[in-house]
Design a protein around this ligand. Structure first.
Ligand SMILES: [Mn+2]
Length: 335
């Protein structure tokens, strides 16, 4: 077993390791808005490893964990936080490029924690921590936290392995996206060796639909529109058109993305008076740059932003930016 537990990528620097070397302390594992499996899996994995070394750990963030991720070991410990209580030796943020995505909790964490550690793989990370470990070559922050635990000599228990494997699984679209590297598979192999069960994770992620979910999915997919040239597809979800729990548990933007000719796919979701936009690309244009025009961020092929505009206007301005980006990309021909 132990032969699989080796570094698979660049090791974290001593500056990253130092805050966790202490034999005990109080750690805050701070998530961001709408937490996904990469942030939750990495916070839970690192937190468990610290607890095994005698630390006390508080887990939480501005929004609760989604029900679809109820299978992540330890997820019941993750709380919705409105304010921080007490002092921390270290506050850890994972997969969070922008401190504003904590809805103010980062400011409290800075006051309450001796050291803020920022671990991420987003290219637009703002480096807001006292310690920043940003590796954009990692497919998921899960790859980085794996390296961190190995470098710390922390045992990879099955719950830790399951949390990190799920982080890799979801951030790579089940190991399908262009961010997947040999390192991703080496890390995944080590995590399976350590007790992560790929079939268990896949079943929880993709085979736990409610009986009425397919009808709602059908209703949502009936709204997909494709541009005349076939290069852009989008899905507009007015508030109330599809239940929240269906939107939360389905990566709906993947359906317009799956059209062969599509180079950029968009999901426009009206939510609490704003419009949440998800963008997916296929390598022709950097959708993170499009999202950045509207104050958002992400990765070159997967990004998002939130617009405080009416749905029709948000759709119009974002689609115009997508078309402009495609027009400026010489390689973005219909394939
Ligand atoms: Mn991620």
């Amino acid at each position: 077993m132990s032969s699989a537990i080796t570094l698979t990528g660049p090791a974290p620097s001593e500056a990253v390791l130092t805050p966790f070397r202490s034999p005990g302390g109080h750690a805050l594992m701070l998530g961001h808005v709408h937490p996904d499996a990469d942030v939750l899996g990495t916070l839970l994995a690192l937190g468990e490893a610290l607890e095994a070394r005698g630390w006390r750990v508080t887990y939480g963030g501005p929004h609760p964990a989604p029900a679809a991720l109820a299978f992540l070991p330890g997820i019941e410990r993750y709380q919705q936080l409105h304010a921080l209580d007490g002092r921390f030796d270290v506050a850890v943020l994972t997969d969070c490029p922008n401190p504003e995505r904590t809805e103010g909790l980062i400011d409290q964490a800075r006051r309450a924690a001796a050291t803020v550690v920022n671990i991420d793989h987003h290219p637009d990370n703002r480096r807001y921590g006292d310690v920043n470990w940003i590796d954009v070559s990692a497919a998921a922050t899960g790859e980085l936290v794996y390296e961190l635990l190995v470098a710390l000599g922390a045992p990879l228990t099955p719950p830790i392995a399951t949390n990190l494997f799920t982080a890799l699984h979801t951030d790579t679209g089940s190991f399908r996206y262009s961010n997947v590297t040999p390192r991703t598979f080496r890390t995944a192999a080590a995590l399976v060796q350590a007790g992560a069960d790929p079939a268990f994770v896949s079943e929880w992620l993709y085979e736990r639909r409610a009986p009425d979910a397919l009808r709602w999915l059908g209703a949502a997919l009936g709204r997909v529109e494709v541009s005349d040239d076939g290069r852009v597809a989008w899905l507009i979800l007015p508030s109330g058109s599809v239940p929240e729990k269906v939107i939360e548990s389905e990566e709906l933007v993947n359906y317009p993305r799956s059209v062969a000719t599509v180079r950029v796919a968009c999901l426009f979701r009206e939510y609490l008076g704003q419009v949440k936009v998800s963008l997916r690309g296929k390598g022709d244009v950097d959708v993170q740059r499009i999202a950045a025009q509207f104050g958002g961020g992400g990765h070159p092929n997967a990004a998002g932003c939130t617009l405080a505009k009416p749905l029709a206007e948000a759709t119009r301005v974002v689609l115009a930016a997508v078309r402009a980006a495609l027009a400026a990309a010489p390689g973005a021909r219909t394939r």
